[in-house]
Design a protein around this ligand. Structure first.
Ligand code: N01
Length: 867
């Protein structure tokens, strides 16, 4: 039972919303012994399932998974009748849960919270409702759902229509009878796609107005999957545990099959299996790369389009119904029952608004550019102001009276999707920045509610009364949310995930796409690190451990995990020969890098013998000579060769439009300092002298290098300047070794655990140079004479032990009057920027490098960057 309010109108917590999340929140808050009041505008529990009563409304997550797991007895007592339950059945389920736990007594229905204002003095929220009721609470929790504020119809003349108007999101409780009527449905998202086949059964004429064709697969509804039921019966707790630690909130083994490399038969087999299964996460898991790689995505998309063409008999309609303007999965795909088949019925017509846009709604119906339509009823299935809409619908004002709407004017900002700075003790369930709509909502909701109650319990036990995120933690999380989205195809779509469906809404990827498991881990890590990024206050004082919970780029973190799982021996424990063999073996498994026009191998006469080189010529026009870049590979002067950096050289060549001459140099320990540096300088001299023969523009020459290659590249620059030539237009140094001092902060921070370790760096130095030589400017060019060096681009990666020496070199060059561009590889390691085709988040850094190279050669022809 709930604890009654000790002072009338004063509660420990106020919760807005009595759907899946609000009900469970109430249940847990009661368990903490708190007094709670829940408000909902609806007349009963159910949230989204209360409002969205349109014909055909069902869940699109199998009901075996779309249910609470916190109450094992409840799980035994409730049996779903179908694989995907109807809206009435889900509503019945929520009523059943409500009554089973006696939750109703604390919920005030048909009451809308209109404002919530933080009272600084009292450290309480003042809540006002549309019933003019005022109350106070310590904790204010919005369980308002992600898709609960309908988008208002942004169509001219919408109010003029004289017939009946329906919104799928506000369907009348008494239902709608379309028998014998001429009906229009506007919108072909999930709501339109679910309702259209059922409306078509009644209507005498149905016209569907489609702006964007949508991907949909058959739900194959029926009994719940026997396999899932068996798994649940055998080990319910294990099944739920796997769901909680899965990517989407349903136990599923992510595939590692890549669409781009799979054989035609494997592609077909995997797709047909997913199509036959009829599950969202199945069709999103045909290939591991379909959400990342356009080519892979197109394989799945085309197979779906093929299916549409095989179902819809009119080729024109089939074509119009085939989505082509967004990648599959970047707008929420739908599960349907007979959707495409409906367009074969003689009384159903599709109007493609791309060809025939709506001009206005009229008294009789709809006028498009070409036609006037008359209807008895209009159905708007036009969607929602998703995720942020429900939160800013209430006038929430935090510290200094700043409202949430003001704070989020250019996009939402949250920590973990749960809280936002400046709004103490204000929690959001499934807020922007949480996995929510990309996951099985019920699993995410349970995680949120349990995290919030755990937090309130911890606060109480530690004697704190308020909690609020710091600005640093919050901006770090926002960045992480956007970083996770940026490596996928999602930001390319005009989806509601991006806020693109609501005119004027800032374009911002709203949910967290890193996965339910990764999100749960981040939330747990925040707690285990003493509520990292939260400020807590109480009578005993303030506690704040400030910081950012996820700083590494998500794909870099994935690579690090994969490498760790391989259990490779540390390089610094191997002989040089074994380390080279290991590196060569690793190189076999990576993607080849982009296509270039031509690759030719040759040799350069060096001071200690021939130096092999590989020349990369960009594809396509213009014909004729190009600027030249002499590139030196990484590998600590010991490892690496022309093959090791081949994908990176291809990438540099394709992006910059320059000829890239990758030169091998003598390696240690066979040839120690200064052999590598002298070879590099000799190579630069030779390429300069042979520029025309190589297809280059004489006098348009730059150098580049990664790691130890950056070291020899910049030493070659210094030697060239001292020798009065060759003239170099610029240098690109990617995470270079420029000093032998290993005491900088970045060594302390990143010296272990990020592939290039302090131990490995020591191993490299030991192989390359005697301690007495390590201060020589040809080993430690930071200590050299810097004025007169060419314009420089230096890449410094956050998680690189060499980061700070790179930054120090940039500062020193600047101080010496050299134009410098310091490219910060945020969230990257020493190696990750160079992992072409593996670490997608490295691409913008390489684009910056290419831009720097192009700027060295202002007269060079512009180049189309590779996709
Ligand atoms: O809304 P939507 P929804 N003129 O935004 C079109 C969940 N859900 O209610 O794409 C003409 O997806 C709009 O066109 P466009 C699910 O997560 C789940 O259908 O913007 N057309 C689009 O076709 C889902 O994703 C289930 O070009 C206009 C449609 O209206 C989310 O809710 C069931 C227009 C809106 O589609 C939202 O789905 C239902 C205009 N002015 C919903 N404005 C389950 O299965 C908009 N449109 C559990």
């Amino acid at each position: 039972m709930n604890k009654p309010a000790s002072v009338p109108g004063q509660f420990d917590a106020v919760v807005v919303g009595a759907g899946f999340s609000g009900l469970y929140m109430l249940y847990r808050l009661r368990q903490l012994g708190l007094s709670v009041k829940v408000f909902d505008s609806a007349g009963d529990v159910g949230g989204t399932w209360y409002w969205n009563r349109y014909p055909g409304a069902r869940c699109d997550i199998p009901t075996t998974d779309y249910a609470y797991s916190f109450d094992p007895d409840l799980e035994q007592e409730w049996t779903w009748s179908e694989k995907y339950a109807t809206q009435p059945e889900i509503l019945d389920y929520l009523r059943f849960v409500t009554d089973r736990h006696g939750l109703r007594s604390d919920i005030e229905f048909s009451t809308t919270v209109t404002s919530a204002r933080w009272d600084e003095q009292e450290e309480r929220w003042r809540i006002t409702t549309d019933a003019r009721k005022e109350l106070r609470c310590r904790y204010y929790i919005m369980a308002t759902g992600c898709l609960s504020v309908p988008k208002s119809p942004d169509i001219d003349g919408a109010s003029r229509f004289a017939g009946r108007v329906y919104f799928t999101s506000r369907w009348p409780h008494e239902g709608a009878d379309f028998t014998g009527q001429r009906v229009a449905v506007i919108g072909t998202g999930s709501s339109g796609i679910q309702s259209i086949p059922l409306i078509a059964r009644q209507a005498s004429q149905l016209t569907v107005f489609q702006r964007t064709a949508n991907f949909s697969i058959p739900a194959h509804n029926g009994p719940a999957s026997a396999e899932r039921l068996k798994q649940l019966d055998e080990d319910r707790e294990g099944y739920r545990h796997d769901a909680r630690w899965s990517r989407g909130g349903i136990p599923l083994e992510p595939t590692d099959i890549l669409g781009v490399t799979a054989s035609e038969s494997v592609r077909r087999e995997r797709f047909e299996a997913a199509w036959a299964q009829g599950e969202l996460f199945g069709i999103l898991n045909v290939f591991a790369d379909q959400g990342l790689n356009p080519a892979s995505n197109d394989i799945v998309a085309e197979m779906i389009r093929e299916k549409i063409r095989s179902i819809v008999t009119d080729p024109g309609a089939a074509e119009a119904l085939s989505p082509k303007d967004h990648y599959f999965g970047t707008k929420r795909p739908c599960l349907d029952t007979g959707y495409f088949e409906t367009f074969n019925l003689p009384h159903v017509r599709l109007v493609d608004l791309r060809k025939q846009p709506i001009v206005s709604v009229t008294e009789e119906g709809i006028d498009t550019a070409d036609e006037s339509f008359a209807f008895d009823a209009l159905v708007y299935a036009t969607g929602f102001d998703a995720m942020t809409g429900p939160l800013v619908a209430v006038d929430v004002a935090g510290r200094d009276g700043v409202s949430l709407r003001e704070k989020w004017a250019s996009g939402p900002s949250t920590y973990l999707g749960l809280m936002t700075a400046g709004f103490p003790n204000f929690f959001m369930l499934t807020g922007p920045g949480s996995p929510s709509v990309l996951s099985n909502m019920t699993v995410s909701i349970e995680q949120h509610v349990e995290w919030v109650t755990g937090c309130l319990k911890d606060l109480r036990e530690a004697g704190f009364e308020t909690i609020e995120p710091t600005a640093l933690a919050e901006s770090g999380w926002n960045q992480h949310v956007q970083d996770c989205a940026a490596i996928t195809l999602h930001p390319t779509a005009n989806s509601w995930y991006m806020g693109a469906n609501v005119p004027g809404k800032p374009r911002f990827f709203l949910p967290y796409i890193g996965g339910v498991n990764a999100y749960r881990q981040a939330c747990d890590d925040v707690v285990s690190q003493g509520y990292l990024g939260f400020r807590m206050t109480g009578p005993g004082g303030t506690r704040c451990r400030d910081g950012v919970i996820r700083r590494m780029q998500p794909d870099v973190a994935m690579v690090m995990e994969l490498v760790a799982a391989m259990g490779l021996p540390p390089m610094d424990t191997l002989s040089a020969a074994d380390a080279r063999a290991l590196m060569a073996a690793m190189a076999q498994t990576r993607p080849p890098g982009p296509e270039v026009g031509e690759v030719t191998d040759g040799v350069i006469p060096g001071p200690g013998g021939d130096l092999p080189y590989r020349l990369y010529r960009p594809a396509g026009p213009p014909e004729g000579p190009r600027p030249l870049v002499v590139y030196f590979h990484g590998g600590g002067w010991v490892l690496g060769d022309l093959d090791s950096d081949d994908p990176l050289c291809r990438d540099l060549c394709a992006r910059s439009g320059a000829l890239v001459v990758s030169v091998n140099y003598r390696h240690a320990p066979e040839a120690r300092f200064p052999a590598a540096a002298l070879d590099a300088f000799a190579a630069v001299q030779w390429v300069d002298a042979h520029a025309a023969e190589l297809g280059g523009i004489p006098g348009q020459l730059a150098v580049a290098g990664w790691s130890a290659g950056g070291n020899v590249a910049t030493v070659a620059c210094q030697l060239a300047r001292d020798a009065g030539g060759p003239y170099l237009a610029g240098q690109v140094l990617i995470c270079p070794v420029v000093d032998s001092d290993m005491t900088r902060l970045s060594y302390q921070e990143n010296g272990e655990g990020y592939i290039l370790t302090t131990a490995l760096m020591r191993w490299f130095w030991d192989h390359y140079a005697d301690p007495a030589d390590r201060g020589d400017r040809r080993a430690a060019p930071l200590r050299g004479n810097l004025p007169g060096l060419p314009p420089t681009c230096i890449v410094a990666a956050d998680f690189d032990p060499l980061r700070d020496e790179g930054v120090a070199y940039a500062r020193a060059l600047e101080a010496a009057g050299v134009p410098v561009r310091l490219a910060r590889a945020r969230g990257h390691t020493h190696t990750s920027v160079t992992m072409v085709g593996v670490v997608i988040s490295g691409a913008p850094v390489r684009a910056e490098i290419a831009e720097a190279l192009r700027n060295f050669f202002p007269n060079a022809a512009p180049q189309e960057p590779p996709s």
